[in-house]
Design a protein around this ligand. Structure first.
Ligand code: TRH
Length: 391
């Protein structure tokens, strides 16, 4: 059925949520907002509208999205947010709960509609994820909107019990375990992508920003005793790989240099990207949302944090401190050296070799870290609980 023609009756008794997402750059803003919207609709039966200002980045991770103003996708009412088109004249009033994704600034008229409600809505400002200690202190702090007197709550995702938690669907660990315990899922998935590698080859996924440490990492793999196959979803890093290889890397084609094979694969739909992370032996991820997905995959990983003037290394170290807690000092130092080298664009050969020597331990640790985190309350649940407590 055409997404535009689907009719859904709105139950007025079901709390209505409006999530606003302005895409700054890349895929993380919409990646997080879309995941949250889907989870609230699927697991809590909430009436969720997702307002997004750019459809093209959204379509990259959700290929069924159409170029139109309104459509229903996976139980979510998806709207193309253009200026003031989210104000009550053209929709049906401000929602009970409003999520302002990453301080995206709601239109003044929508805020007025919020203020005009008989019962003030719950207004969240959803922040970026951080492992820094300040998140404990700032999470759930209210501020008062000067124009309307409405309360806005800062919702800070994080890893400790006092933060807003991280996104996790109820069944993600179960689905991952099923996938990883039946090798046919992996074989079929790789076959669909036309990836041909034997069982002795280490499979690596690579999703990263431009990084001048990349050629050294590729060289380390090329010269290593074990074969590596690096799968690269099409994106901004492909040009650097092509310049390393000295030839173009067309979609689907595998190019081999020594022990290294590199293959560009399509940019996958979000669920398929999970399958890639679950299938690889090592995942290189970036930003915020792919980090969280790689954590749930329970495989060793390397994180290229989103670069921000001077601040990102503090954020990176804060995460590393938590992530390496269960390791010996030597193992923690190996992980830290690798991640720091990658994020400061320093020499990768030695850190990569040292991390590989610890790979069996790092694989076990990645799995137990995911398990430990999955015992904590997830972000969507924390938002819903926050609202329930206020009612
Ligand atoms: O795209 P990003 O670099 O987004 C960034 C970060 O979120 C950063 O923290 C933020 O400040 C900035 O945007 C504005 O990385 P991220 O967060 O991992 O988002 C990528 C999304 O794309 C994620 O939802 C996973 C998804 N994805 C796919 O669906 N398919 C793919 O093939 C790949 C590689 C990613």
């Amino acid at each position: 059925m055409d997404a535009k023609t689907v009719q859904v009756t709105i139950d007025k008794a079901v709390p209505r949520w409006d999530i606003f997402c302005a895409v700054v750059d890349n895929f993380g803003d919409i990646g997080v907002c879309w995941r949250l919207a889907r989870q609230l609709a699927a697991e809590y039966n909430l009436s969720v509208r997702l307002w997004v200002d750019q459809l093209a980045p959204f379509r990259a991770l959700c290929p069924t999205l159409q170029e139109c103003d309104q459509q229903w996708l996976e139980g979510v009412d998806v709207r193309h947010w253009q200026g003031e088109n989210c104000t009550p004249e053209t929709s049906d009033g401000a929602a009970d709960v409003v999520v302002e994704g990453f301080a995206c600034n709601l239109p003044a008229a929508y805020i007025e509609a919020m203020a005009a409600r008989e019962e003030a809505p719950i207004w969240f400002n959803l922040e970026y994820l951080t492992a820094e200690p300040w998140a404990d202190e700032y999470h759930s702090l209210p501020s008062i909107d000067a124009q309307t007197g409405l309360r806005k709550v800062l919702f800070v995702p994080g890893f400790s019990a006092h933060t807003g938690g991280i996104l996790r669907e109820r069944d993600v660990i179960e689905r991952r375990d099923q996938w990883q315990s039946h090798s046919t899922y992996r074989s079929l998935f790789l076959k669909q992508l036309n990836v041909q590698c034997d069982h002795h080859t280490r499979l690596v996924s690579l999703f990263s920003y431009e990084n001048s440490a990349l050629p050294e990492l590729l060289r380390a793999m090329e010269q290593f005793s074990q074969k590596h196959c690096v799968l690269v979803p099409m994106g901004r890093v492909v040009a650097s790989i092509e310049s390393y290889l000295g030839e173009s890397l067309p979609l689907g084609q595998a190019i081999t240099r020594g022990a290294l094979t590199v293959q560009a694969i399509p940019f996958l739909a979000q669920a398929e990207y999970d399958h890639l992370l679950w299938s690889c032996d090592f995942n290189i991820v970036r930003g915020e949302d792919s980090l969280v997905r790689a954590l749930w995959a329970g495989k060793p990983l390397l994180w290229h944090i989103y670069p921000q003037e001077g601040e990102h290394l503090i954020k990176l170290q804060a995460f590393l401190t938590r992530y390496t807690e269960g390791l010996t000092p030597e193992q923690a130092a190996a992980v830290t050296a690798l991640w720091m080298a990658w994020n400061t664009q320093a020499s990768m050969v030695e850190p990569w070799q040292q991390a590989l020597a610890e790979l069996p331990t790092l694989s076990r640790q990645a799995r137990s870290w995911a398990l430990l985190q999955s015992g904590k309350t997830d972000l969507a649940a924390k938002m819903v609980q926050f609202c329930t407590k206020l009612v």
